[in-house]
Write a protein that binds this ligand. Structure first.
Ligand code: DGL
Length: 289
C-alpha cells in the first residue's frame, strides 16, 4: 500500500509485547491526527533475557514488516531493542527512527537536582549500559557530572504479564529490588522498560521523594519534534486510531490493550491481527493467520 501524501502515512510503534502501548497512547494523545500501526512480538517475549544477536534479529525482521506498511516514522518503544538494535536499524532504514532511551535520559537529566539517577530495566538493557551512556552524553552538554546507579529487575515483566499489577507479590519483589537504591541517595528513577509504567504507582509509593521518569511522554514529544522538523505532521483526521499486529496473542495483551488504549472496551480487540513473521537470518516474510 503506498500513499501519495507522506503526511497521512501512519506512524509505527514496535515493542516485544504490550508495554509499548503506553508509548502509542502517549503519541495518540499528543498527536490525535496520526494513525498508529503497532507491532508486538509476543511470540518472542521477553526480549530482556535473550542474547543481543537474537534481539537484533527479531527487531530487524519486525521492522522489515513495519517498513513494508508504508509508514512515515518508526518508534522503537522497547527499551531492550533500543538498547542493542537502534543503531543497526537506523543504518538500514530511510525513515526517521525514534528510540526510547534518549528521551528517557534527557527527561532524567532535567529532573535530577542532586545529580544521582537510578535506572531499572531488563537484564539486557542494564548490561548494555545504554541509559548510563546516554545520560552521560546528555549531561556532558552542560558540563554536569551525574552518577548513574543501575539495577536489573527481570522478575517484573513476568509478574505484570501475569496481570499482577497491584499484587502483594509484585510489591514484595519491588521492595527487594529497590532496596539496592537505599544508600545511593538518588532523587530520580528511570523506568527503563515499557512494562514498568503499569506499576508506576507502586514504585512511586516505595520510592519516597524520588521523581519517577517513564519515557512514554518524553518519547511522544520526540516523535512530534521530528515530524515537525521533517514537515511530516498530519493535518487531516487520522484514517484510523490503531491497527495492531501481534506475532502471538495472550489474554493479558487483550486486557491491557483495553485498559491502555481501548477506554476499557472490548472493541479494541477487533483491531488485532495475528501474523507470523519468518525469522531466518537475512530473509523475512510474513503471513496473516
Ligand atoms: N519491552 C521490553 C523492554 O522495554 C520489556 C519486555 C521484554 O523483556 O521483552 O525492555
Amino acid at each position: 500500500m503506498s500513499r501519495e501524501k507522506n503526511n497521512t502515512k501512519p506512524i509505527a510503534v514496535f515493542d516485544s509485547g504490550v508495554g509499548g502501548l503506553t508509548v502509542a497512547a502517549a503519541i495518540k494523545r499528543l498527536l490525535p491526527n496520526e494513525s498508529i500501526i503497532y507491532l508486538g512480538d509476543l511470540l518472542h517475549l521477553p526480549y530482556g533475557s535473550k542474547s543481543t544477536e537474537a534481539i537484533i534479529e527479531f527487531t530487524d525482521i519486525a521492522v522489515d514488516f513495519l517498513v513494508n506498511q508504508d509508514i512515515k516514522l518508526l518508534t522503537i518503544a522497547c527499551n531492550t531493542s533500543t538498547s542493542v538494535a537502534l543503531d543497526f536499524i537506523r543504518s538500514k532504514v530511510e525513515i526517521p527512527v525514534v528510540g526510547v532511551i534518549r528521551p528517557g535520559a534527557e527527561a532524567a537529566v532535567r529532573a535530577t537536582q542532586n545529580n544521582r539517577i537510578g535506572v531499572i530495566g531488563t537484564k539486557r538493557t542494564i548490561e548494555s549500559d545504554a541509559y548510563k551512556k546516554e545520560i552521560e552524553k546528555v549531561s556532558a552538554q552542560t558540563n554536569r557530572k551525574i552518577e548513574v546507579y543501575q539495577k536489573a529487575t527481570p522478575l517484573l515483566v513476568p509478574l505484570i504479564e501475569e496481570g499482577w499489577k497491584d499484587h502483594f507479590v509484585t510489591e514484595l519483589v519491588l521492595r527487594e529490588y529497590l532496596n539496592y537504591f537505599e544508600d545511593k541517595k538518588i532523587d530520580t528513577l528511570v523506568l527503563g522498560c515499557t512494562h514498568y509504567p503499569l506499576i508506576k504507582n507502586t514504585i512511586g509509593s516505595l520510592m519516597h521523594d524520588v521523581k519517577v521518569v517513564d519515557s512514554a511522554e518524553t518519547t511522544s514529544l520526540k516523535v512530534k519534534e521530528l515530524l515537525v522538523k521533517k514537515k511530516l505532521l498530519s493535518e487531516e483526521e487520522a484514517d484510523y486510531n490503531y491497527s495492531i499486529y501481534l506475532t502471538d496473542y495472550t489474554d493479558t495483551f487483550g486486557e491491557l490493550a483495553k485498559l491502555i488504549i481501548g477506554n476499557g472496551k472490548n472493541e479494541i480487540n477487533d483491531k488485532i491481527n495475528i501474523i507470523s513473521l519468518e525469522f531466518s537470518r537475512g530473509k523475512s516474510s510474513y503471513n496473516l493467520i
